[in-house]
Design a protein around this ligand. Structure first.
Ligand code: BG6
Length: 462
């Protein structure tokens, strides 16, 4: 087979997921409650078809089967997260030995199958006890996170060499403190800014712990959802709208994580509107020491913006959207189920931006994928013919390949996700996996894309 898109040797092929979205066993194995357990108990109607996080895809019991299947479809790496409330049920204090045993078994099983575990510490799942103390609004929670990170490095850092502090840290800010799609459903710009800031403080403290830990010969990184901001036109007003959207949604985390400091323009904007978070003098040095070795890039969709059509309501809560409107480009390609635009070149643009403005930091695509509703209708002889997913991955990989040709430092591609999993408020509405999961029997079945991916991984290209 002649190959047009050959990837660098040792390229990481695999997929990503998170603890709360696959483990299930939410009330088993000594796990403490997190905000998702709690929110589902109090407002089940917020979740698609009232499906909550208690069972999900039951990886807690199926992990051996799943890891075998990962191997079969060509994974050489897999990103998971540790559930903080499983490892330390109260958020701080005693470590749960059943959790230690579970994560040890998973990590050992992955390694025994030549799949490198990439481990993330926080994927939206704040322990409830700490949320009751104010969650990320409370600076003391950043100390609890540092201790949790220390424990994780101590327990698993002999074998796990790729660590990540946070996945998409902006999402709990947007969901929990601006736009009402995560608990605690606060709508308040200033509190959102405090949460965002403390998240980076917690991140930097975890990096500090990493550098002193037994894992320090590995790498520590962060995973960010980067959404390139494209202006409607080259009109200065549209350009300004795009620049500000980029400040709020990308540079707010990208700059401190990779460069070690916040963009001046963002701080000024927040100051002007009375939204600056509380900080400490010593934070500058702390943030500077929190620079990552490696960046995971989650890319699903671009952000298209235009200058505002109308004045914002200055008496309403402060919002990033005071400075731009979202722009629906005529003819844009859509994933109608998720309501997200598909724009493959965005992946290239992100990578070239990292090359140019972020000293070409080592990176990889840590998530990319396509959630589709009612996929069973595409089954032929029991196998879902997800050609749309194959196309989606392939077209993105072409652009990633182009960026690599032009010198960007991308080391791998992980799909979201290995098997259909539970997606927060959308629960099991949109399915993303290489494998489908029957929620009644927990049976896993490969989709067409799983077979395709195993060949791509084996050939290191297509
Ligand atoms: C990313 C997250 O935002 O996208 C995942 O890291 C999430 O947790 C994935 O599941 C897909 O988005 P959604 O909202 O369709 O589940």
């Amino acid at each position: 087979m002649s190959m047009e898109y050959k990837f660098p040797e040792g390229f990481w092929w695999g997929s990503a997921t998170s603890a709360t979205q696959i483990e299930g066993a939410a009330n088993e194995g000594g796990k403490g409650e997190n905000i998702w357990d709690h929110w589902f108990q109090t407002e089940p109607n917020r979740f698609f078809e009232n499906v909550g996080p208690e069972t999900t895809s039951d990886f807690y019991h199926w992990y051996k089967t799943d890891i075998q299947l990962m191997k079969e479809i060509g994974h050489n790496s897999f990103r998971m997260s540790i559930s903080w409330s499983r490892l330390i049920p109260g958020g701080r204090g005693e470590v749960n030995q059943e959790a230690v045993s579970f994560y040890n078994r998973v990590i050992d099983e992955l390694i025994a199958n030549d799949i490198e575990p990439f481990v993330n510490l926080f994927h939206f799942d704040m322990p409830l006890a700490l949320q009751k103390e104010g969650g990320w609004e409370n600076r003391e929670v950043t100390d609890a996170f540092e201790v949790y990170a220390q424990e994780a490095f101590r327990l698993f850092g002999d074998r796990v060499k790729k660590w990540f502090t946070f996945n998409e840290p902006i999402v709990p800010v947007e969901g929990g403190y601006l736009y009402d799609f995560h608990y605690p459903n606060v709508v308040d710009g200033k509190r959102a800014a405090q949460v965002a800031y403390h998240t980076m403080i917690a991140h930097a403290k975890a990096v500090r712990a990493f550098r002193k830990s037994q894992a320090k010969d590995g790498t520590v990184g962060i995973i960010l959802n980067l959404t390139p901001s494209y202006p409607r036109s080259q009109h200065p007003a549209d350009l300004k709208a795009a620049r500000i959207a980029d400040l709020f949604f990308n540079r707010s985390f990208l700059d401190p994580a990779v460069l070690g400091y916040y963009p001046q323009e963002l701080a000024e904007l927040l100051r002007e509107h009375g939204q600056l978070p509380e900080t400490k003098q010593s934070d500058k040095a702390l943030l500077e020491s929190g620079k990552v070795d490696m960046l995971g890039v989650n890319y699903y969709q671009p952000r298209r913006v235009k200058a505002k059509e109308h004045m914002p309501n200055l008496h309403g809560p402060f919002m990033p959207d005071w400075f731009f409107d979202n722009y629906e480009m005529p003819g844009r390609k859509m994933n109608p189920y998720r309501g997200w635009e598909i724009y493959e070149k965005g992946m290239y643009d992100i990578m070239m931006n990292l090359k140019k403005n972020y000293h070409n930091i080592p990176s990889f695509i840590s998530e990319n994928g396509m959630g589709v509703q009612d996929e069973a209708r595409f089954a032929v002889d029991g196998e879902i013919q997800d050609d749309y997913r194959i196309d989606f991955i392939q077209e993105h990989l072409k652009w990633l390949h182009q960026a690599i040709e032009e010198g960007c430092n991308a080391k791998g591609y992980h799909l979201w996700t290995f098997m259909d999993n539970w997606s927060w408020m959308n629960a099991y509405k949109n399915r993303y996996g290489f494998l489908s999961v029957d929620l009644d029997t927990q049976e896993r079945t490969m989709k067409k894309s799983a077979h395709w991916f195993s060949v791509v991984s084996k050939n290191n290209g297509f």
